[in-house]
Design a protein around this ligand. Structure first.
Ligand code: AMP
Ligand code: ZN
Length: 113
């Protein structure tokens, strides 16, 4: 997607602080961190949001969660705890329409649910 911010970050056209990359996902530090550790994990395939995921993406979605677990360990927040957030659509406040999961940690969060 030519005009998609995260597709351009994945392609290297826009700089990012890369944390991890494999054949399915790209992970980088959020430009406006909401916590001491704030990493975005995005699939390399462009999906606008969780609404676009299909049964064929089951493996990818599981891979994203296991990547979050791996990065939580490497960032040193696995034991203290972390939160994974996906904002889908307007009411959730999604601003970048390329599916992504926030990995947040290094601080005590207020409980949402
Ligand atoms: P969301 O509001 O869930 O769509 O999340 C989008 C996130 O992307 C926000 O937390 C932004 O701070 C982050 N963001 C926007 N532009 C960039 C960028 N160029 N590099 C890293 N993170 C970004
Ligand atoms: Zn994209």
């Amino acid at each position: 997607m030519q005009d998609c911010l995260f597709c351009n970050i994945i392609a290297g056209n826009i700089p990012s602080q890369k944390v991890y990359e494999d054949e399915l996902v790209y992970a980088f530090r959020d430009i406006a961190p909401a916590a001491p550790v704030h990493i975005l994990i995005v699939p390399k395939e462009h999906l606008c949001c969780l609404n676009e995921a299909k049964p064929e993406h089951q493996m990818l979605l599981g891979h994203i969660l296991l990547t979050a677990q791996k990065l939580a360990k490497s960032e040193g927040i696995a034991d203290s705890g972390y939160r994974i957030v996906n904002n889908c659509g307007e009411n959730a406040g999604q601003t970048v329409f390329h599916l992504h999961f926030h990995l947040l940690g290094g601080a005590q969060f207020t409980k949402l649910v």
